[in-house]
Design a protein around this ligand. Structure first.
Ligand SMILES: NC(=O)C1=CN([C@@H]2O[C@H](COP(=O)(O)OP(=O)(O)OC[C@H]3O[C@@H](n4cnc5c(N)ncnc54)[C@H](O)[C@@H]3O)[C@@H](O)[C@H]2O)C=CC1
Ligand SMILES: O=C([O-])CC(=O)C(=O)O
Length: 339
C-alpha cells in the first residue's frame, strides 16, 4: 500500500517552495520504522531544507509516515512498505540508512556484521540502480565495515563516487562535546571536539589536545574521558538492558549531520564536520576509509583535512586504532568483492 502523497512528492521542489530561493531536497530514510528511524524522520520533517521525505522500512513505515506527516512544516511525507523500495528511492538526493539490528549487552558492533552487511549491501545496490547520484549517509553498524560495503557495492555497479558516501560518526562528536563540557563546566557549544578514526571502541580517537577546554583535562580525568567517548555506546546498551542501543541521541546526531550536508548542498560555505569517508590520509597504511574533519560542499565531500598537530597520547590512540580499523574495512570490502 502506498500513501496518497506519492504524486505530490514527485512534484519539483521549485513548485513546492516557489517563494523561496533555497534549493530543497528530497530525503529518504531506510529503516524509518526503527528506534533511530522514527525520531530521525521526525527531526528531518522539521528541517526547512527538506522538501520531501520518503520513509521506507520492511515494517511499519506507512504508519510512521502518516504520523510524522501531520507535523506543521511544509515538506511532503510518504511511507513505503517492504516491496516498494524502488518507489521510495525515486528522485531522492540524500538517503540516510539506519536499517539493521542493534547491539545487545555483551556484543561488539562487529557482531552485527553477519546480519547488517547484507541488509546494507542490498539497500546500496537498489540506491545505485534507482538513484545513483544520491548522497548516502550510513548509520547502520558496524560503520567501519558498512561504509566500505556501500562503496564496493556501488563500485561494482559502476556508480561509486567517493564524494557521496558518508559514515555518520556524529554521535561520537556529540558525546565528546557533551562529556568534555560537563567536566570543564561550560556549554557544549564551547567544546567542539574533533573525533577521528572510525566508529567502534579503540577506533574512535578524540583529539582533545586541539580543544581549548579539552587540552586542560589531564591524568586520570583524561583517561576516563577518552574511555567514555570511545565506549559511550556501551553505556547506553548496558542501560537499555537488551532493548537496543542509542536511538534518540543517534537520531539527533543523524539529523545534525544530514542538516550539515543539506546546508552545504544548498551552497553554504565552511560547513566542516568529522565524517567517515574514503580518505587519502592513511592510505599508505592500507586504510582507505577514515573519519577526519571534512568540508562539505555542493558535490558532497569538498575537502578532507589532515589531522593537524596531535599529542603523544593521541599518537598512541591512533596506533591502537589503525589495525582494528584496517581489519574492519577489509572485512566489509571482502564481503562484496568475494561474493
Ligand atoms: N552510527 C552510529 O553512531 C550508530 C549506529 N547505530 C546502528 O543503527 C542501526 C539501527 O539501530 P536501531 O534503529 O536502534 O534498530 P531497530 O531495530 O530499532 O531499527 C532498525 C530498523 O531497520 C529495519 N530494517 C531491517 N532490515 C531492513 C531492510 N532490509 N530495509 C529497510 N529496513 C530494514 C527494521 O525493520 C527496523 O525498523 C543498528 O545497526 C545500530 O547498531 C545505532 C546507534 C548509533
Ligand atoms: O553502541 C552501539 O551499538 C550503537 C552505536 O554505534 C553508538 O551508540 O555509538
Amino acid at each position: 500500500m502506498l500513501t496518497r502523497c506519492t504524486a505530490r512528492s514527485l512534484a519539483s521542489p521549485a513548485r513546492l517552495f516557489s517563494t523561496s530561493a533555497a534549493r530543497h531536497t528530497k530525503v529518504a530514510v531506510l529503516g524509518a520504522g526503527g528506534g533511530i528511524g522514527q525520531p530521525l524522520s521526525l527531526l528531518l520533517k522539521a528541517d526547512p531544507l527538506v522538501s520531501s521525505l520518503s520513509l521506507y522500512d520492511i515494517r511499519g513505515a506507512p504508519g510512521v509516515a502518516a504520523d510524522v506527516s501531520h507535523v506543521d512544516t511544509p515538506s511532503e511525507v510518504c511511507g513505503y512498505p517492504a516491496d516498494k523500495l524502488d518507489n521510495a528511492l525515486d528522485g531522492v538526493e540524500v538517503v540516510v540508512i539506519p536499517a539493521g539490528v542493534p547491539r545487545k549487552p555483551g556484543m561488539t558492533r562487529d557482531d552485527l556484521f553477519n546480519t547488517n552487511a547484507s541488509i546494507v549491501r542490498d539497500l546500496a545496490s537498489s540506491i545505485g540502480r534507482v538513484s545513483p547520484k544520491a548522497h548516502i549517509l550510513v548509520i547502520s553498524n558496524p560503520v567501519n565495515s558498512t561504509v566500505p560495503i556501500v562503496a564496493s557495492t556501488l563500485a561494482k555497479a559502476g556508480v561509486y563516487d567517493p564524494k557521496r558516501v558518508f559514515g555518520v560518526t556524529t554521535l561520537d562528536v556529540v558525546r565528546a562535546a557533551r562529556f568534555t563540557a560537563s567536566i570543564a563546566g561550560v556549554h557544549p557549544n564551547e567544546t567542539p571536539i574533533t573525533v577521528v578514526g572510525g566508529h567502534s571502541g579503540a577506533t574512535i580517537v578524540p583529539l582533545l589536545s586541539q580543544s581549548v577546554h579539552g587540552k586542560n583535562i589531564k591524568g586520570e580525568a583524561y583517561e576516563k574521558l577518552v574511555y567514555r567517548i570511545q565506549f559511550g555506546g556501551d553505556e547506553v546498551v548496558k542501560a537499555k538492558d537488551g532493548a537496543g542501543s542509542a536511538t534518540l541521541s543517534m537520531a539527533y546526531a543523524g539529523a545534525k549531520f544530514t542538516s550539515a550536508l543539506l546546508r552545504a548542498l544548498n551552497g553554504e560555505k565552511g560547513v566542516i564536520t568529522p565524517t567517515f569517508v574514503e580518505s587519502p590520509l592513511f592510505k599508505d597504511k592500507g586504510i582507505d576509509f577514515f573519519s577526519s574533519n571534512v568540508e562539505l560542499g555542493v558535490n558532497g565531500v569538498e575537502r578532507i583535512f589532515p589531522l593537524g598537530h596531535v599529542s603523544a597520547q593521541e599518537e598512541k590512540l591512533l596506533e591502537a586504532c589503525f589495525p582494528e580499523l584496517k581489519k574492519n574495512i577489509e572485512k566489509g570490502r571482502a564481503f562484496v568483492d568475494n561474493a
